[in-house]
Design a protein around this ligand. Structure first.
Ligand code: GAR
Length: 219
């Protein structure tokens, strides 16, 4: 036994956040190790990345299971069989029911490309641009049954430019996603972050961190 915390990752597609987690876990000093990558889609690109890194993969197709409950029961069984103590959703694009979410309460983590609670759901960057916000970013949080909600573990911010397209903004935010997801998983699995009610309390004082986006000033 490595003594590291066993974690599973659930994906639906490209899997770039999963790849960032795999890379972080490749360091023996990282407090977690990935024991399973589970996809609801056979054609998820991330499955190839995981297999190339020597990580066990499994596909459980919703359609083959007939119902959300049947899918979730099969997923719970696979996650338990792999010995996962935490589950990271990394671009897992299906809603999970209260049944699944409660089974993994405070052990199910998600990443979302906005500064939650702003812009939950799809087309995040388009909506951020339309709303005129000057800062956006990404959030890693424990999952509650309501979509893209739950105690926030980590966030990172990027400035929004009036010249931005949704694609350009998505690319800048994604770079930060790849940094904060491993950082948040490290905080959680090393015991430096704990859930208290609907908040996450960190061991560290973050009040001295530099602001990430400062508007230009005259003079
Ligand atoms: C990421 O931007 C992630 O934040 C987002 O999907 C993308 C998946 O990319 N997740 C959500 O919108 C969840 N509501 P990836 O497969 O390359 O990690």
């Amino acid at each position: 036994m490595s003594g590291r915390v066993p974690v599973a990752v659930m994906i639906s597609g490209r899997g770039s956040n999963m790849a960032a987690l795999i890379e972080a876990c490749a360091d023996p000093a990282f407090p977690a190790e990935i024991v399973l990558v589970l996809s609801n889609r056979e054609d998820a690109k991330g499955l190839e990345t995981a297999a190339a890194a020597g990580i066990p993969t499994k596909v459980i197709d919703y359609r083959g299971k007939g119902s959300r409950e049947a899918f979730e029961d099969a997923a719970i069984e696979a996650l338990e069989e792999a010995g996962a103590e935490y589950v990271c959703l990394a671009g897992f694009m299906r809603l999970l029911s209260g049944h699944f979410v409660e089974r993994w309460r405070d052990r199910l983590i998600n990443i979302h490309p906005s500064l939650l609670p702003a812009f939950p759901g799809l087309n995040t960057h388009e909506r951020a641009l339309q709303s005129g916000v000057k800062i956006t970013g990404c959030t890693v949080h424990f999952v509650r049954a309501e979509m893209d909600s739950g105690p926030i573990i980590a966030q990172a911010a990027v400035p929004v430019s009036d010249r931005d397209t949704a694609e350009a903004l998505a690319a800048r935010v994604l770079k930060l996603e790849h940094q904060i997801y491993p950082a948040a998983l490290s905080l959680v699995t090393s015991g430096k972050a704990r859930v208290a009610g609907e908040r996450v309390i960190l061991d560290e004082d973050t009040s001295e961190l530099k602001p990430l986006a400062v508007p230009p000033m005259d003079g």
